[in-house]
Structure formats: structure tokens, C-alpha cells
Write a protein that binds this ligand. Structure first.
Ligand SMILES: Cc1cc2nc3c(=O)[nH]c(=O)nc-3n(C[C@H](O)[C@H](O)[C@H](O)COP(=O)(O)OP(=O)(O)OC[C@H]3O[C@@H](n4cnc5c(N)ncnc54)[C@H](O)[C@@H]3O)c2cc1C
Length: 406
């Protein structure tokens, strides 16, 4: 029986839109199937509606996977960041500007909707047919290709399938984890999924009273007495616990591995605090410390140390100094849990990298099936890295699927 399309891309998020564009550019007859009412809903809500499209610089350790880092490097070599930036600037007519101090690139228009509209238009102009809404219920392998069953839609027969259904975070956008079940039915393992880039919740009332306060911290994730990651970014106190880029970036260490997060407020080290405090023997603790840290935080920390704010710095004995320095430089964030998939920016876990061919992203389990984007066991930290991953893998899967011959 004749097939309706050569390639069906399931899911029109960042990865699926990019995939459909490159598959159609490769000359294939492509259909892009989107289950929700609109395409690219996560693009629309990204970067607070401004879309942090890409990072200005990216390194291998900006990404997290439990799979092979060599495979990760190999995938990023298929489309270098600079080439991707040029693609958006010149081919998509989306010049970008760097946000000061964060390295994030935002489109100059500052509107996520423009990004989504341009990506959709580019895929359509390249020849892809977009069916939206078309919610896929199942994908089955046939002797000659695949049969796609839609909910209240006609079945489609296609030669190849690109699965770009995303993860399961913010499920109201349409990415509800259904893609994992489809991948599983086609022979894939699914590594346990967990919310990542997610705010953490804390039980401490005194810290919750700091809600709204944001400051730079140096954080360290410590697992089995070993520092597994260390970075400097902003932490935001919320009435439920902790958020901001520092906490979102650190969250997977807590959620997945139950690591402890130690914080140095404003990034100051013991080596900086010790001479500073010594030089202010006659000053009160509150005065000396709040000259460097927000006053509300200073008061909470001193209270936690059991120290009176009016005490002079010169009256601190060795033990008290040590307790104070621990609170200033190695403060363990009291974390109870996390805000879950409802608010997590991405999903950790998913389809293991060793189940795809790193040159094509074709499934090693089902020939003719390709996988890209967040459904794979990779995510990046805050800063445009997740779109970089979605675009890199979307393009590679689209191109490879259009060249595929069985
Ligand atoms: C609030 C928020 C802000 C973010 N901001 C940024 C940012 O500024 N920069 C950045 O780099 N990253 C950001 N991210 C992360 C980024 O949005 C995602 O990592 C990225 O969109 C993943 O792309 P994807 O195409 O793999 O998946 P998705 O964007 O999730 O797309 C998957 C698509 O598949 C569709 N789908 C799912 N199941 C089916 C089905 N059965 N049938 C048909 N269609 C289906 C979904 O409806 C969806 O449209 C943000 C995430 C959130 C939640």
C-alpha cells in the first residue's frame, strides 16, 4: 500500500520543528504532527516569553547525561554553536543579543512568538505539511514502514518516524511523557525520569521570610564527601524554598542523587572572610556582615549561629568563628523536596544515548525510527543550552532521516 508520507515527525516543539525543516530541505515528503492546539508551546513560554534561544558559549560540562560524554561531544560537533547562531541570524532572520552577565542570547525582537512563527514558517516553506492538532496515540512497525494511529484522526502510513515528543515537564504544554510509551513499544528502555531545573522546597520558616531576596552564591553539590559540581550564579529565596538559576542548575543533584548543596553567600570564601572580620574587631557582627550581605539574610544567619548581632567581631572565639564561617561559606541548603514536573523546565532521564546511532540518531532498536530533543537522556543547564540540544539533535535526525534508505 502506498505510504502517505516518507517521514512523520511527531511533536512540533523546538526539536520537531527543526527536524521537519531539515528533513524537508533534504527532499523528503514530511508531515509534522502536533498533539496540542498550537506548535512550539514551550518555545512560547521560554525565557519568560522572550526566548533564551541559545547560549553565547557552550562547553561539554554545560550538559548532563548518564550516558557517554564522547557521544555527547560527537553530537555537538555535527552543528557547532557558531554555525547554529549564524543559522538563526541569517537564515531565520533572528539576530540575537547577549544578556549582560549571563551569556544568554535572546532574539533582538525579544519575543518568543516570533521565534516559533519563523521556525514554523521555515518548515512549511521547505515543504513540510503541518497537522495540528494531531495527537498520536501509537506508532507501530509494519513490514514497509510505520503506521501512526491518531486520536480521532485517520491513520497515517509512513516510511520513517522521528520521535520529538519532548519530556514530561509542564505537561499542559502537550509534553506529557506519552512519547516515552511510544518509544518503549518500539523496543526502547526508558531511564527513570525526574524533574530537573526545578525549584526546591525547604521547610525553614526563617529562610522563607526572605522570600523575594536574590543574591549571587557559589554553590557546591556534595555527594559522598565529594564535590560533584561547583558554580556561581543567583539564588532566589521563595516562600516555598529556593529558586533562581543557581538552584535550578543544582537541582538535579538533589532530586536524582540526594546530594547536599552547600552555599557560599556572594561567593565569598573563608580566606576572604577571616581577615575581613579580624580587621573589624570593634564593629558589631550585624554591621560588619551586612556590609557584604543583605541585612535580612545577615540577621537570619546570625540567629541560626546563635550569635547576637550586636556582639563585636573581636569577641568571637575560635568555635564561634568557625560556626559563623560555616554559615557564611558552607551553608547547607535545607531542602525537603522539589516543585515537580508541573514547574520543572526540563526532564532528566529518558531514552539512553547508547540506544541511538550517534551519527544519525537512528534507533538501534527499530530501524527507520529516529529520536531527538528532550526525550533523550540529556539536558543542559539554564542559559539556552536546552534549545541548543533540541536544535542540534532535531537537525541531525531530520537530515539523516531524509537520507535514509532501507
Ligand atoms: C517554562 C520553561 C522555560 C524554558 N525556557 C527555556 C529557554 O529560555 N531556553 C532554553 O534553551 N530552554 C528553555 N526551556 C527548556 C526547553 O523549552 C525544552 O528543553 C525544549 O523545548 C525541548 O524541546 P523538545 O522539542 O524536545 O520538546 P518540547 O518542546 O516539549 O516539544 C514536544 C512536542 O511534542 C508534542 N507531543 C507530545 N506528545 C505528543 C503526541 N502523543 N502526539 C503529538 N504530539 C505530541 C508536544 O505537544 C510538544 O509540542 C524552558 C522550559 C520551560 C518549561
Amino acid at each position: 500500500m502506498e505510504h502517505d508520507f516518507q517521514i512523520a515527525v511527531i511533536g512540533a516543539g523546538a526539536a520537531g520543528l527543526m527536524s521537519a525543516l531539515w528533513a524537508a530541505r533534504g527532499g523528503a515528503k514530511v508531515v509534522l504532527l502536533e498533539g496540542s492546539e498550537q506548535t512550539g508551546r514551550k518555545i512560547l513560554i521560554s525565557g519568560g516569553g522572550r526566548c533564551n534561544l541559545l547560549p553565547s558559549v557552550s562547553e561539554d560540562d554545560d550538559f548532563f547525561t548518564s550516558g557517554s560524554r564522547n557521544v555527547l561531544k560527537r553530537l555537538f560537533r555535527t552543528w557547532r554553536l557558531q554555525q547554529m547562531q549564524d543559522f538563526f541570524t541569517w537564515e531565520m532572520d533572528l539576530p540575537m543579543e547577549e544578556e549582560e552577565g549571563t551569556g544568554k542570547l535572546f532574539p533582538v525582537v525579544q519575543k518568543a512568538k516570533v521565534v516559533r512563527d519563523k521556525m514554523l514558517a521555515a518548515a512549511e516553506e521547505a515543504g513540510a505539511t503541518v497537522l495540528c492538532p494531531y495527537r498520536v496515540e501509537s506508532v507501530g512497525k509494519t513490514d514497509t514502514g510505520f503506521v501512526i494511529k491518531g486520536i480521532d484522526q485517520d491513520d497515517l502510513l509512513v516510511d520513517r518516524v522521528i520521535l520529538a515528543t519532548g519530556g514530561q515537564s509542564v505537561p499542559q504544554t502537550g509534553s506529557d511523557g506519552k512519547g516515552y510509551l511510544m518509544a518503549k513499544s518500539l523496543g526502547h528502555r526508558i531511564l527513570p525520569t525526574y524533574p530537573a531545573l526545578v525549584p526546591l522546597t525547604g521547610p525553614a520558616e526563617d529562610l522563607a521570610s526572605l522570600s523575594g531576596l536574590s543574591l549571587k552564591v557559589r554553590w557546591r553539590a556534595v555527594l559522598n564527601d565529594k564535590v560533584v559540581e561547583e558554580r556561581e550564579r543567583e539564588l532566589l529565596f521563595t516562600h516555598r524554598g529556593f529558586s533562581g538559576p543557581a538552584v535550578l542548575d543544582a537541582s538535579h543533584h538533589v532530586v536524582r542523587d540526594k546530594a547536599e548543596i552547600l552555599v557560599a553567600w556572594e561567593g565569598y570564601t573563608r580566606e576572604e572572610w577571616i581577615p575581613y572580620i579580624k580587621a573589624r574587631a570593634r564593629q558589631s557582627l550585624t554591621k560588619a556582615i551586612s556590609a557584604q550581605l543583605p541585612k535580612r539574610l545577615t540577621e537570619v544567619l546570625l540567629e541560626r549561629c546563635g550569635l547576637r548581632g550586636e556582639m563585636r567581631c573581636g569577641n568571637l572565639d575560635r568555635n564561634k568563628t568557625d560556626v559563623l564561617l560555616t554559615h557564611l561559606c558552607d551553608f547547607p541548603l535545607p531542602v525537603k523536596g522539589n516543585r515537580g514536573f508541573q514547574v520543572a523546565e526540563v526532564t532528566g532521564g529518558g531514552i539512553p544515548l547508547d540506544e541511538v546511532n550517534p551519527s544519525t540518531l537512528e534507533s538501534r532498536k527499530t530501524p527507520g525510527l529516529f529520536l531527538c530533543g528532550e526525550i533523550l537522556d540529556v539536558f543542559g543547564r539554564i542559559g539556552g543550552f536546552n534549545f541548543q540540544w533540541a536544535f542540534t539533535t532535531g537537525r541531525l535526525a531530520g537530515e539523516a532521516a531524509s537520507r535514509f534508505e532501507d
